[in-house]
Design a protein around this ligand. Sequence first.
Ligand code: ADP
Ligand code: MG
Length: 326
Amino acid sequence: TTIELQDLVQLGKIGSGNSGTVLKTLHVPDSRIIAKKSIPVENKPLVKSQLMRELSIMRSVKPHDNIVGFFGAFYTASTSNEIVILMEYMDCGSLDKIMSTYKAFVARGIQSSTENWFSEPVLSKISFAVLNGLLYLYRGYKIIHRDIKPSNVLINSKGCVKICDFGVSKKLINSIADTFVGTSTYMSPERIQGSVYSTKGDVWSLGLMIIELVTGEFPLGGHSDTPEGILDLLQRIVNEPPPRLPPQLPNGLQYSREMFDFVNRCCVKEERERSSLQELLCHDFIEKGRSQGDREFRHWCKRIKKWLKEDKMLRREEQERAKLVK
Ligand code: ADP
Ligand code: MG
């Protein structure tokens, strides 16, 4: 299906990140909901031509179970100074959104913190999806993702896990100067040091992401958004021992030897010694998750959808109440 911009009606904002804003949008001709991302770009001929080349690579990627569907990209007179990317809408949102919703429920006292929201089978399914998506991009198109983090792993209520936001190199995007501002960096040591890097850089990021999902905290500690603070974090990644899963979670929960080993193989500082995508896809942690039924996972996804709705309602109520107090 080809989608024209004039056939879209905006429904509301989904979120915004370093590079742009994502809107929930209705494609009127077939009543389908899609996500529309706008990214500001520099208006220079060289930037434009390279961008068009990169977008054509994105266009060439054929659909896959673990890659968010791509419906088109626009960079025209009418969208001056921004590119518009149309993609599949994932109704359970991204992993960071799911994490913050869970935290909000615990803070409200509705959810007990002794239930692990990201259980081991769930983490195994997520890890499989990320690895499988990355392998597909690399095998088929020599694309290295470079930006694996919780907000780029999306889930829908059908029980699919997909990765998004690859391909368009960050150096072309206007807001590159603020790339690190306000976010943790999931970059691997070799990438920070400017060495040639491979898909193993994404393996490092996956390891950090799992630790974050389990503990609820970015594993390399916080940093201030000043240039000094960011530099300090980058130096810590390069100089300090790699992050590890804690032996036990604060809520007393434990995880299996397989999961511990899996994360340890991702979080290896030396690129050569880190496991590859293929190796990790054969790991016991992934195999165990695959042999377990998908029904439980689909059920988890449905629950998330319900929670997101409830969270939205509660937020609205809280806002109303705050207004009344004023
Ligand atoms: P970032 O990934 O840095 O947070 P983005 O601009 O890529 O910034 O995305 C902003 C937010 O929009 C994400 O955190 C995610 O929650 C949400 N989002 C992005 N793409 C989609 C999509 N296709 N479906 C549903 N939600 C999305
Ligand atoms: Mg993103």
